[in-house]
Write a protein that binds this ligand. Structure first.
Ligand SMILES: O=C(O)CCC(=O)C(=O)O
Ligand SMILES: [Fe+2]
Length: 208
């Protein structure tokens, strides 16, 4: 794994969340939208280092036709009520819950973590549509630390990529409304030399 290149605009070691009020919404149509807040978390490089070292990362293999393939990223997941690997993640989940309470109608309860070791790690086009999100609107909030990687979104029924969001260094994105059903998202492989990135995805009960 490449060493993380410390970011020039995040020289603080104090790991701290800013206010959520500056979040900006992009409406994608068909009930889907994306909220963004670049640099929500200060001290993102310090949080990256802590999570990289402290989280019990696991490699997964998946059945692909007749063979087992390595999932191209490392994973960790925290169910409802399980303590998160850093207190600022609990703060983030609660702050997001308060900010979106009226619109979402329920709290964020689970956290999934992905570690993209380098540009060869990725996630293929998909929607988070296992569980209630297959039929209901929901929100998936993602905090990113480490080197930015693009999160791309396109309509599920075909059509060009609508959004390409570089996410790292404390950036927040929230995919909301019908996004998991009507759109797909991916983190494509990168041929550029990129350092590692960790994403933390907060979801509601029964959504994967
Ligand atoms: O790393 C990201 O920002 C996206 C991860 C993702 O889409 C997922 O785990 O479902
Ligand atoms: Fe996803």
């Amino acid at each position: 794994m490449h060493a993380l290149q410390g970011s020039l605009f995040d020289q603080t070691d104090e790991i701290r969340l800013g206010p959520l009020s500056p979040v900006r919404r992009t409406v994608l149509g068909a009930g889907a939208w994306v909220d963004r807040l670049p640099g929500w978390l200060a001290g993102a490089d310090a949080l990256f280092e802590r999570l990289a070292a402290d989280v019990p990362w696991r490699a997964e293999r998946r059945q692909m036709y007749d063979r087992q393939v390595e999932v191209p990223r490392l994973l960790a997941s925290y169910g409802a009520g399980e303590p998160l690997p850093h207190p600022v993640l609990t703060e983030a989940r609660e702050a997001l819950g308060r900010h979106y309470a009226a619109e979402l109608g329920e709290p964020f309860v689970t956290a999934g973590l992905c570690l993209y070791r380098d540009g060869r790690d990725s996630v293929a086009w998909h929607g988070d549509r296992t569980g209630r999100s297959a039929t209901e609107d929901t929100m998936v909030a993602i905090l990113s630390v480490g080197d930015p990687r693009d999160l791309v979104l396109r309509p599920r029924d075909g059509g060009p990529t609508l959004l390409r969001l570089p996410l790292g260094h404390g950036d927040l994105v929230v995919m909301g409304g019908s996004c998991q059903r009507t759109m797909e998202h991916a983190v494509p492989k990168s041929v550029r030399a990129v350092g590692p990135r960790i994403s933390i995805q907060f979801r509601t009960r029964g959504v994967m």
